[in-house]
Ligand binder design. Structure first.
Ligand code: BGC
Length: 452
């Protein structure tokens, strides 16, 4: 008998696009008045980045953006999440505005719009100006929050006539705990827990400054949100007991970011668990942090499995060594993470609009053979995650946008250039771009507004 597969379309208003970030693709690290970022400095410390790779040239997007945007549009994307480099706008992060930096983003934004790409602009994707680190101590100091507020005002005033989707910060844990606690990311410090908690608090305040700037200067139709990598917890079985266990872990693990942002306070149990290491706060901080936003951005790559333990307490399960993962070892193949992270954010905090601001897979792809990169592993990863995203939407989870990380292979932080997340292959010697099999597949998905 003939089988008639059902077409399962995404909602008609669903936004499809690509995501990238300035420090990972632009290169031109010292061009036209751009000051160094903590990552430019960190990458020069031997042993910090694989193969001693730097951000100096990256994908040379600073010079090649017209062709890159044209390729994105040709693949069928209608939305593009980009970030602005703070040290391009203010060389030291504060002081004089660098007009050449403003000019560059004017050209980039105008080009995107001309090609039918709606820009979603992240104000900060980890590239703290080195001047902010040197002059104020970076995220350890409240003065950084003030400087960020001035920077946010500057870019919203400059681009707000054309940019209507703003993302304040990208993934707070990566420039707080991992930068000042574990030393894995620029500036690479290993400081006591109280300092780490303080950097989180200041980051949350900077988010508040970003929201304020958009409200004040964003003009009609401006929307603003935060992008978090809220940890995803997957109930081992979809039974009430395991779901409740996963939910409890989610609330605890998001105590530093989503909780204060949506409830206007740090949960008393959470603060109690920090004890003397709790952040120092001043009157007005929590009001700044908890201003209403318009959407929540979630970067979803992986989740951990949770079950209700014998004593009723949630139990986070370790992954066995043979659990499937990408070449980026942290990236376990856990498609249900993209179902549960947005569902819990919506159920627990009442979030009404969620954008998946990143999802993708990092492998050490081999160079093209006869013009082809058959990254079937990435296509499979994406397809499985999109199926779960679709299930979430069918169940009523309010996800209305998806940005694939990433358009092209780029500087993958401490993993350097060997680790490739792009659906377009970057040849770093010639700067040639070759769409991989996954790009062609994703292009069909965007065109059909359905999984193909
Ligand atoms: C970040 C990206 C990064 C990606 C893959 C996210 O945490 O926002 O900058 O390249 O994950 O590791």
């Amino acid at each position: 008998m003939p089988i008639k597969p059902k077409l399962r379309p995404f909602p008609s208003h669903f936004a499809w696009g690509f995501a990238a970030a300035a420090p990972q693709i632009e290169g031109a690290a010292y061009t036209d008045g751009k000051g160094p970022s903590v990552w430019d400095t960190f990458a020069r410390i031997p042993g910090k980045v694989a193969n001693g790779d730097t951000l100096d040239v990256a994908c040379d997007h600073y010079h090649r953006y017209p062709e890159d945007l044209a390729m994105m549009a040709a693949l069928g994307a209608k939305h593009y999440r980009l970030s602005i480099a703070w040290p391009r706008i203010f060389s030291r992060g504060h002081g004089e505005v660098n007009q050449k930096g403003i000019d560059f983003y004017n050209r980039l934004i105008d080009k995107a719009l001309e090609l039918g790409l709606t820009p979603w602009v992240t104000m900060y994707h980890w590239d703290t100006p080195q001047g902010i680190e040197d002059d104020f101590g970076g995220w350890r100091n409240r003065d950084t929050v003030k400087a960020f507020g001035v920077y946010a005002d500057t870019i919203v005033k400059a681009f707000g006539d054309r940019v209507k989707h703003w993302i304040t910060l990208n993934e707070i844990i990566c420039f707080t705990r991992m930068s000042y606690g574990t030393g894995q990311r620029g500036p690479g410090l290993m400081l006591p827990e109280q300092v780490v908690n303080q950097t989180y608090h200041h980051a949350m305040m900077a988010h508040g400054e970003g929201v304020r700037a958009v409200r004040q200067h964003g003009g009609p139709g401006a929307r603003v949100g935060l992008t978090d990598c809220s940890e995803a917890f997957i109930p081992l079985s979809e039974t009430p007991a395991d779901i409740e266990a996963a939910r409890r872990v989610f609330v605890h693990e998001n105590g530093r970011v989503l909780e204060p942002m949506y409830t206007g306070r740090y949960a008393p149990e959470f603060l109690a668990s920090l004890g003397a290491d709790a952040p120092h706060m001043e009157p007005g901080d929590l009001e700044l942090i908890s201003q209403a936003t318009d959407f929540l951005g979630l970067n979803v790559y992986r989740g951990r499995f949770v079950r209700a333990g014998a004593d009723g307490k949630p139990e986070i399960l370790p992954f066995p060594p043979n659990y499937p993962a990408a070449d980026a070892e942290w990236l376990t193949h856990t498609p249900q993470s993209i179902y549960w992270a947005p569902r819990m954010a919506a159920e627990i905090y009442g979030v009404e609009s969620i954008a998946i601001t990143e999802n993708g897979a990092g492998y050490n792809d081999l160079p093209p053979v006869n013009g082809e990169v058959l990254d079937l592993h990435r296509r499979d990863y994406l397809r499985n995650y999109l199926r779960e995203l679709q299930r979430a939407i069918d169940d009523g989870v309010p996800v209305d946008a998806y940005f694939l990380w990433s358009f092209m292979d780029n500087f993958e932080w401490a993993d350097g250039y060997q680790r490739r997340f792009g659906v377009v292959y970057t040849n770093y010697e010639t700067q040639e771009r070759t769409p991989k099999a996954s790009a062609k597949w994703y292009s069909q998905v965007m065109a059909a507004n359905a999984i193909v």
